[in-house]
Design a protein around this ligand. Structure first.
Ligand SMILES: [Zn+2]
Length: 92
């Protein structure tokens, strides 16, 4: 099981490198590490909207570019924001 998962991950990385010359590998910098003054706040939905898609889903790390620590923070704040009905759980 673990092997299978690792293989898939490795294959996907290989695909990105070898078979997709269209997308050059660019180092993504975590937006929250980059801007130290940016503090996530569940009372500020406009700020959190960057991290959800149009259906209201939280974007994955590969899309947000956030580091593991900050992705956890993003997820937590988005979920809090949903609970006070300032962000949607889902749309349509
Ligand atoms: Zn970060």
């Amino acid at each position: 099981m673990a092997d299978k998962k690792n293989n898939r991950r490795n294959n996907r990385n290989n695909n990105d490198d070898d078979f997709n010359p269209k997308f050059k590998k660019r180092k993504k910098v975590c937006p929250l590490c980059k801007d130290k003054n940016l503090v996530l706040d569940y009372k500020n939905p406009d700020q959190l909207k960057k991290f959800i898609n149009e259906r209201g889903k939280i974007l994955p790390r590969r899309a947000t570019g956030a580091c593991a620590k900050h992705q956890r923070d993003i997820t937590l704040e988005v979920k809090r924001c949903r609970q006070i009905a300032m962000l949607p759980y889902t749309q349509d």
